[in-house]
Design a protein around this ligand. Structure first.
Ligand code: ATP
Ligand code: MG
Length: 329
C-alpha cells in the first residue's frame, strides 16, 4: 500500500477538486502548541457531496477553515497540504487561495453573525463580487440579489435586500450567507452546519438548491453537520472525525453506514435517535470530543483499507472499551 493510501488519501484521479493531504494544525494555548488536527486527509471530487461528521470539538470547522486559509491567529498549519484542482493552496502565501475564494471555493460559515459584514446592506453582500466580475450596474445587481434571496426562501426579498444584517433574524442571516456562497456558482462549497437555524421546510429548499448546483454545475460539497439524516439524504461519501483525526471514511456512504468498522463510527451512528425503537446512548459518546490539552500528542495510527475506497483507523484498546456497546448507558 502506498503511503498516501495508507494515510487515507483517496485515489481520486483527475476528477479530484479538493485534496486535503495529511493536514496537521496546531493550536497555541498558554504558550504551548497542541495538536488540533492530526494528519487529516480527504478528497472531494467534482459533483461529490462528502459529509464530515463527528461530535462537537472533533475538528470539523478547523478542517474547513484551514483548507480555506481562514484559521484564527491562535491556530496554524504545521504540516500537510491542500490542493484544489491539483494546485497547492497553502504554499504561495495565500495568493491562489485569494484567487479561488468565491468562484472556486465558497464557504457557508457556522456563525452567520460573524461571517457577514455588519455595515454592508445584505443585497450588496450577496452580489458584490459577482456584479463586479460581470460588470453589472446597481440595478442589475440588486435584481440578482432579490432573485437569490427568493431562491433561499426569504419571503418579501424586496423589503430585506437593503437591510443590514442586524435587522434580520438568525435564520434569515443564514440564508443570506447561503445566497452569497452560491452567487458566483462556485465549483466547490464548504458548508459548516448550513441549515442549523432553519425550519425543516426551508432546510429542504436549501438542500434542493445545493442538489441543483451539484447536478447542473457538478459542484463539489464538503458538508459538516450533526444531522445524520441530512448526510444520508444529501451526501454520497462520508468522513468521520474524532478528536482531530479521521477515524473512518468511505466513498460509499451507504455501505459504511450499514457496516461501520471503527467503534467510534458505530457509536456515533447508534446514538442517532430513531423513530422506532429505543434510542441508544453510548457511554463513550459524550456530546463533545476531549479538549486539545487532554489529548495524546502522538500521531494516531494510519488508516488502513477495509474495502474499496473505504479506510478506517485501527482502534486502540481504550477506544474499543470507550465506544463499544458494552459501555451503553
Ligand atoms: N482559535 C482556537 N484556539 C484554540 N483552540 C481552538 C480554537 N478553535 C477551536 N479550537 C479547539 O479545537 C477543537 C476543534 O474545534 P472545531 O471548532 O473544529 O470543532 P467542531 O468539530 O467544528 O465542533 P462543533 O461541532 O461544536 O462545531 C476544539 O477542541 C476547540 O476547542
Ligand atoms: Mg464547528
Amino acid at each position: 500500500m502506498s503511503e498516501a493510501s495508507a494515510r487515507g488519501v483517496a485515489q481520486a484521479g483527475n476528477d479530484a477538486l479538493l485534496e486535503i493531504d495529511r493536514l496537521c494544525v496546531s493550536a497555541r494555548i498558554e504558550g504551548r502548541d497542541w495538536q488540533a488536527l492530526d494528519n487529516v486527509s480527504l478528497t472531494v471530487r467534482r459533483g461529490e457531496a462528502r459529509g464530515l461528521v463527528g461530535e462537537s470539538g472533533s475538528g470539523k470547522s478547523i478542517t474547513l477553515r484551514a483548507a480555506m486559509g481562514l484559521l484564527p491567529q491562535t491556530l496554524s498549519v504545521s504540516s500537510g497540504g491542500v490542493r484544489f484542482k491539483g494546485s497547492d493552496l497553502l504554499t504561495d502565501g495565500g495568493k491562489s487561495l485569494a484567487a479561488i475564494r468565491g468562484t472556486g471555493i465558497s464557504m457557508v460559515f457556522q456563525e452567520p453573525a460573524v461571517a457577514l459584514n455588519p455595515v454592508l446592506r445584505v443585497g450588496r453582500q450577496i452580489v458584490d463580487s459577482v456584479a463586479w466580475r460581470r460588470g453589472w450596474g446597481r440595478k442589475q445587481a440588486r435584481e440578482f440579489a432579490v432573485e437569490l434571496m427568493t431562491q433561499v426562501g426569504i419571503r418579501d426579498p424586496q423589503r430585506w435586500v437593503d437591510a443590514y444584517p442586524h435587522q434580520l433574524s438568525g435564520g434569515m442571516r443564514q440564508r443570506v450567507m447561503i445566497a452569497a456562497a452560491i452567487a458566483c456558482e462556485p465549483e466547490m462549497i464548504f458548508c459548516d452546519e448550513p441549515t442549523t437555524a432553519l425550519d425543516v421546510t426551508v432546510q429542504a429548499q436549501i438542500l434542493k438548491l445545493f442538489k441543483k448546483l451539484q447536478d447542473d454545475l457538478h459542484a463539489g460539497f464538503l458538508y459538516v453537520t450533526h444531522d445524520l439524516s441530512v448526510v444520508a439524504e444529501f451526501c454520497s461519501t462520508l468522513s468521520v472525525m474524532y478528536a482531530g483525526r479521521i477515524v473512518e471514511q468511505a466513498d460509499d456512504l451507504k455501505a459504511m453506514i450499514a457496516a461501520p468498522v471503527h467503534p467510534y463510527t458505530r457509536a456515533l451512528l447508534a446514538s442517532v435517535p430513531r423513530i422506532k425503537g429505543p434510542t441508544k446512548r453510548l457511554k463513550g459518546l459524550s456530546s463533545s470530543a476531549p479538549p486539545l490539552t487532554e489529548r495524546s500528542q502522538e500521531p494516531g495510527p494510519s488508516l488502513a483499507e477495509v474495502g474499496p475506497g473505504w479506510q478506517a483507523a485501527p482502534a486502540s484498546k481504550e477506544e474499543i472499551e470507550l465506544f463499544s456497546a458494552g459501555g451503553e448507558a
